[in-house]
Design a protein around this ligand. Structure first.
Ligand code: PMP
Length: 407
């Protein structure tokens, strides 16, 4: 199938509408992507015809829900090239995944241990580790950031020392769009026996992620950025590691039995999924990844790359605009942040929002990076496979207008 953004857009009901009476140029995909009809239909079909709690009931409807939920886990595992679906733990999102790991993995750590984080990461892969440092005395060390907004993995062997137990960094930045060079990080971590967690929240919508090939130990992401509903995310971990971690949350559905008054926990993934899981959302996530896998990932990447080049070239032609992130296209996502001299990011976003161009502005939950860059915030345009040249053109002409009004 040839890749055509306009045809793809027709699968998204939101683009048939005109929110606020304006055509929608949706460039806020890094915050939340839109859902195509097959995903919406999968959600409605499940809740209409197969809705029941899972792994509890013995009636036919419950068995149908069980099968759909278990199949969703298998589909998601396959998308990530993971052979064992029990390594997929459902959470409510990337934030919940990192918190789960911080509590479970962190339970065995203390003041003699170090965790390596970065100054580039989203707060959701930083604050849980800061809390762990506060609560258990674990020492955090920070990987620095290069001048063009990449993780400086060249410094990894200096920062990842013999006390390091875990390296927890992003696979791709939600601010600069830079994709992390994973191999040197993994090598530095392996050299000292440390584990690696990658935050794939921004990576997943833009191409295929092969977890065994990446060589990391843990991975997380959110459904809502990958064309799936809100309230669902994944923590992936190597089975032997997950099986050895204590469950941070207790409740129904994760107990094998009781030894006297002592609960005996089920193995992964159930031990981390206490309570009624997000069944419908998991089915929606599987539908979204199935939909995404119908496209050639190289086509998606080539299309997004073309648009990103146009966008970067267009932005560079404004004298007062500075791109915050790598200018070259090697290892970068279609997530483009910039500043406009003399204009606050929120004002730019508001003026462009008034023209139907959906952007995001501010610190983007990456305050340490903003502090390092000495910026109050940035404007971010983030693209997905359904964006096209008209979206980029609307942003650039809107920016011309906003600069006239503001600067
Ligand atoms: N990591 C990154 C890189 C993100 O961009 C985001 C969302 N902006 C998150 C984590 C957190 O995702 P969620 O809010 O869905 O938990």
């Amino acid at each position: 199938m040839t890749f055509d953004a306009r045809t793809i857009r027709r699968q998204f009901p939101v683009f048939a509408g005109r929110p606020g009476g304006l055509p929608l140029h949706y460039l806020d995909n890094a915050a939340m992507a839109q859902m195509p009809r097959p995903v919406i239909e999968a959600l409605v079909a499940h809740d209409s015809l197969s809705r029941a709690n899972v792994h509890r009931g013995l009636h036919p409807l419950a068995e149908r829900a069980d099968r759909a939920y278990d199949a969703a886990r298998t589909t998601i595992a396959r998308h990530l090239h993971v052979a064992d679906p029990t390594e997929i733990v459902f959470t409510s999102g990337a934030t919940a995944s990192v918190n789960l790991l911080a509590q479970a993995f962190g339970a065995g750590l203390g003041p003699d241990d170090e965790i390596v984080v970065s100054r580039l990461d989203h707060h959701s892969n930083l604050v849980p580790w800061l809390l762990l440092a506060k609560n258990r005395g674990v020492r955090l060390r920070f990987l620095p950031v290069t001048a063009d907004g990449r993780l400086d993995v060249g410094k990894a062997p200096d920062i990842i020392g013999p006390r390091c137990r875990l390296v927890a960094v992003t696979h791709a930045s939600n601010v600069t769009g830079a994709v992390t060079a994973v191999a040197p990080l993994v090598a530095a971590a392996r050299a000292v026996g440390a584990k690696v967690l990658l935050d794939g929240a921004q990576m997943l919508p833009h191409g295929s992620v092969d977890l065994p090939k990446l060589g990391v130990d843990f991975y997380c992401f959110s459904g809502h950025k990958v064309f799936a509903p809100t309230g669902i995310g994944v923590l992936w971990g190597r089975r032997e590691l997950l099986s050895a971690l204590p469950p941070p949350m207790g409740g129904g559905g994760m107990i094998a039995g009781f030894d006297g008054d002592e609960p005996v926990f089920l193995d992964t993934p159930q031990r981390f999924e206490a309570g009624t899981p997000p069944v419908t959302q998991a089915i929606g996530l599987a539908a979204a990844l199935t939909w995404l896998d119908e496209f050639d990932h190289h086509d998606i990447a080539a299309h997004e790359r073309r648009l990103t080049e146009d966008l970067l070239d267009g932005l560079a032609s404004f004298p007062g605009v500075t791109i915050v992130g790598p200018r070259d296209m090697e290892r970068r996502l279609p997530v483009v942040s910039f500043t406009v001299a003399g204009a606050h990011p929120h004002d730019i976003c508001q003026i462009l929002g008034g023209r139907g161009v959906a952007l995001r502005g501010g610190a983007l939950c990456a305050q340490p990076l903003m502090n390092d860059l000495d910026l109050p915030g940035v404007v971010r345009a983030s693209l997905a496979l359904y964006n096209d040249e008209a979206d980029v053109a609307a942003l650039l002409s809107g920016l011309t207008h906003a600069i006239k009004v503001l600067a």
